[in-house]
Design a protein around this ligand. Sequence first.
Ligand SMILES: *Cc1c(COP(=O)(O)O)cnc(C)c1O
Length: 355
Amino acid sequence: MSRPSRVEIDLSALQANYASAKTTHGGRVFAVLKANAYGHGALPCAQALAAHADGFAVAFVEEALALRQAGIQAPILVLEGAFAADDVQHAAQHRLWLVVHQASQVALLEQHQGTPLHVWLKVDSGMHRVGFAPQEIPFWHTRLQACPQVQQISALTHLARADELQAPEHTQAQLHAFEQATRGLPGWRSVSNSAAILAWPQAHRDWGRAGLMLYGVAPCASSTPLRPVMALKSRIFAQRWLQVGQPVGYGAIFTAQRRTRVGLVAIGYADGYPRSTPNGTPVAVAGQLVHTIGRVSMDMMTVDLTDLPEDIGIGAEVELWGQRVSIATIAAANHTIAYELMCHIQRVPRVYLGT
Ligand SMILES: *Cc1c(COP(=O)(O)O)cnc(C)c1O
């Protein structure tokens, strides 16, 4: 018998969420597949979206080449652009769209010989991570236009606080700065990540860039219907009774206050379920909500089965997150975000459902 742990990826939910992103944003939408599609598997996700998506976005050229090798034909935007000359070569050869966010990347394009490229000029409208300052945009735009290796120039920016609906002034200032910097320039515009697609209609331009929402999680309050794509599942493989006063697991962070039936689940932090998860975090056993007790270990963790019927025990299915327990709840319990939990999935086999 093999270890009963897996991560299920519902590709029909992914398709439905992409359709929701398109409807909500209008225009065209990149499906963001960086970091192995946020842990969901970039190739199967790209294939499931191939007939639907206007384009894909990844962080690095290597990620884009893997999609091209798998036969993906749609436009691919490379969000961090070129790191070295061979990135520009590959981009030209495989029709990748490179983001250009710093002077050294403009120099790489100027030195490039071969097929001209479509590039996306990155405006730092206020996140102050990467991109050219708004007042420098006309200069860099002119310089790229003068470059015979550049065929088309579009513009993008990234919003730092679009998920903070209670503090709209930051996003408003970024939108204003981007508008000012790009006024009158030809080419497409792209501003919106998931939060802006969902909550900032005034940020919608020619292309949206949907990441998290594709995977069924909203980064902020929203009425757009989304279906969870990922479900992390395992089974109870052992159980025991704790007497009052007996602790369980490393560090004895849980001690039984009543006679407690403990279920052992065949999954741990080596699979990506966070070790920092506190006692009392929800988990679904045979579809019923119970909670974690004791510290999560590398290959196993412990849950409280006391309130479940006795016939729910060894062999029962456990959902760590998915339909019944939202990944956002687990992220909040661990003082992190769903993005990080998704990206940290490892070791467990991915099982694809739907389409
Ligand atoms: C990752 C990323 C996105 C997608 O963000 P989500 O919040 O996951 O929708 C969009 N744009 C850029 C530049 C990114 O790096």
